[in-house]
Design a binder for this molecule. Structure first.
Ligand SMILES: [Zn+2]
Length: 148
């Protein structure tokens, strides 16, 4: 069991997304001193959004912050981040990206590492199960997403 509050928040968000009938991916942005700046989940289905992936939702819900707020921050996400979210983490100079799992989708981890980010993959069973269930039950939703 993970006890990291940032990861727990991201996982809760993923479950909220699942309960809403959306893509079950959650994220949380945590400052260097451990404060949750913002959290959110994928809103593509709920809002008909092209950009509100979990990480983008967490950034959006954090509001407009000064650059200093992102220094040393960690982005927690339940699934390996896509190119857009990888780019957003780099843009906002997030220091570390903690990923629930990368079995159902492998995103821009290599790029994050190349840009000097710390990448931690938890290989979390709950994250994997949430995605596996979603992909199995709603393949059309997943296939229209960024994964394929
Ligand atoms: Zn994304």
């Amino acid at each position: 069991m993970e006890t990291d509050p940032g990861f727990i928040a991201a996982l809760e968000e993923a479950k909220t997304g699942a309960a809403e009938g959306g893509v079950p991916i959650g994220a949380a942005l945590v400052s260097k001193d451990g404060k949750i700046l913002g959290r959110g989940h994928n809103m593509r289905v709920q809002k008909g959004s092209a950009t509100l992936h979990a990480e983008m939702s967490a950034l959006e819900n954090s509001g407009r912050l000064p650059a200093s707020a992102y220094e040393g921050a960690t982005m927690y996400t339940t699934l390996s981040p896509c190119d857009m979210c990888t780019g957003a983490c780099i843009l906002y100079k997030v220091k570390r990206v903690v990923i629930g799992e990368n079995k159902n989708f492998m995103g821009g981890e290599e790029y994050l590492l190349n840009r000097g980010k710390e990448v931690v993959v938890l290989d979390n069973e709950e994250c994997k199960q949430l995605m596996e269930k979603f992909i199995k039950e709603k393949p059309e939703l997943w296939n229209e997403d960024i994964a394929v």
